[in-house]
Each structure stands twice: as C-alpha cells, then as structure tokens.
Design a protein around this ligand. Structure first.
Ligand code: SF4
Ligand code: SF4
Length: 268
C-alpha cells in the first residue's frame, strides 16, 4: 500500500468562507439542496446544517459570545469524513461496497451499494447519508479520482488560508504537533489534536486541531466502533437470558411444589 494520505485541518485559521464546500460540490457534481431554493437555518452563518449524501464538506460556525456580546469569538471548522483506520462503516457494509483504497482512505462504491443504510448507523461521526439522486450511501472520497491522477483534493486546493492541508498523514502529524506547540506558547493552552494518534479508532486520517473540547465542535469525545458496542450489548443480552431462564425454572418448581399432594401425586 502507498503511504497513508489524509487531511490535517487547523480550525484556528478557518475564516468560514466555504470555498471548500463549493469546490467539493463542484468537483463531485453534487446537487443543490432543495432544488437550489435557499432556506436559512437561523444557526449563525451555517445554512448547510450537516454532512450528508450531497454535502461531503460542512463548515461549522460555533458562536462563543458573552451575554452583553462585547467579548466573543467564532470557532469555525470544516468537517468531513475522518477516513478512520478502523472504520465502522466499512466493517458493517453487507455488500462490500465500502473499501479501503491504496491511499488508506475509505471509499463507497456507488455501483455496489444497495442503499441498506447500515453504514449510516455505524459511523460514529454522522458522516454518511443517502444521495437522493443515486439512491445510494455517499460521502467524501478524499477525491480518490484526483489522487489517482496525482492531484490534490478539491477542498484543500481551494482553501485560501491552508486551514485544510493535504498530504502523507505522518508528515501532517509533525506539522500539526509543531502548530499546537506554537499556539500553546502563545497562550492558547486548550490547543490540542483530535484523532491524530492511534488511540482514536486506530487514528483518523483526517484529523483536527481544536481549541476547545470536541463536544463544542459537535465531535464525539470517545467515538466507538459499532462492534465494540455490540460486544457489550450481547454480553448484557446473554446475562439477561440466563437470569430470565433461572427465574422461569424457579417459578416452575414452586408451582410444581404447590400442585403436588402429600403423596407426591397431583391433586385432582
Ligand atoms: S468517519 Fe464515518 S464514514 Fe468516514 S470512514 Fe469513519 S466511520 Fe466511515
Ligand atoms: S476554504 Fe478553508 S478557510 Fe474557507 S471555509 Fe473552508 S476550511 Fe475555512
């Protein structure tokens, strides 16, 4: 396999211009929402709302203002598929439509997807949804077609501030660690990396530099594989079955004792 490739997103330099969203839509020929009729969400400058089958990038706007609004800041973050090293979506897909590529990225093959939605439930980041045009599950491919041609993904090419950086994951991590050190030295003590090492799902090939808790950005602090949840769930189910079985046996014996006469024969 070639060197793992991915994204490092430094949220501190995102200006919320949404060039990444537009470039993604344009390159991947994703349709407009609501037939192109604009409806405002009322949620800051975010009218995309969430990642789904036709929004493979989503720029989040998180407002942090004091009550009198004299003091505050916007946290902006361009969200995308994390291309997890241990990917729940890939693990549950019953048709083998979701594959790991030679770049260690995770891609859904539309022509093999039967639209069963299992992957939607299995992704701990809420990345996947059905594209209403194709009727199949879709998400970011990390521009697999562009990478095959030796090109950079459309979003990172379009980003004017280098908030989204593309490259070999190992060198992106080094760059990100240096940036965290720089920010902490400058007084931003909460600067940290999310998903950059293997502790989170074996590592996220698309990882983030954040300056607040993951929950503030709508990211799970401890994302889990569906199988890990299933394991715990089945243990509880097995325990429940054993308890119910024993209770049934006890009540059957008690009833038997009541119905038997003194000689051990059933009363009639
Ligand atoms: S973020 Fe979700 S959709 Fe992307 S690879 Fe991980 S589990 Fe799959
Ligand atoms: S293109 Fe870059 S700066 Fe603009 S919204 Fe996307 S990540 Fe932020």
């Amino acid at each position: 396999m070639a060197e793992p490739m991915g994204f490092y997103t430094d949220t501190t330099v995102c200006i919320g211009c949404k060039a990444c969203e537009v470039a993604c839509k344009e390159w991947n020929q994703l349709p407009a929402t609501n037939g192109g009729v604009t409806t405002l969400s009322g949620d800051s400058y975010d009218n995309t709302r969430r990642l789904d089958g036709i929004h493979w990038r989503h720029v989040k706007f998180i407002e942090q203002f004091s009550l009198d609004r004299r003091d505050g800041r916007w946290l902006m973050m361009s969200d995308v598929c994390k291309h997890c090293v241990r990917a729940g979506c890939l693990e549950v897909c019953p048709t083998g439509a979701i594959i790991r590529t030679e770049f260690d990225t995770v891609v859904i093959q539309s022509d093999v997807c039967n639209g069963c939605r299992d992957c939607i439930a299995a992704c701990p980041f809420g990345v996947i949804d059905i594209n209403p045009v194709s009727g199949t599950a879709q998400k970011c491919t990390l521009c697999y077609d562009r990478m095959r041609a030796g090109m950079e993904p459309a979003c990172s090419t379009a980003c004017p501030t280098d908030s989204i950086q593309f490259g070999p994951v190992a060198s992106l991590r080094k760059r990100a660690e240096a940036r965290v050190a720089q920010l902490q030295q400058a007084g931003e003590k909460r600067a940290h990396l999310y998903g950059a090492d293997e502790r989170m799902l074996g590592g996220l090939n698309s990882f983030y530099l954040l300056v607040d808790r993951p929950e503030v950005y709508g990211l799970p602090p401890d994302p889990r594989m569906p199988t890990r949840n299933l394991k715990a769930g089945s243990l509880w189910s097995m325990l429940g079955a054993v308890v119910i079985g024993r209770m049934g046996l006890v009540s059957f014996r008690m009833r038997g004792g009541r119905e038997e006469g003194p000689g051990g024969r059933l009363d009639t």
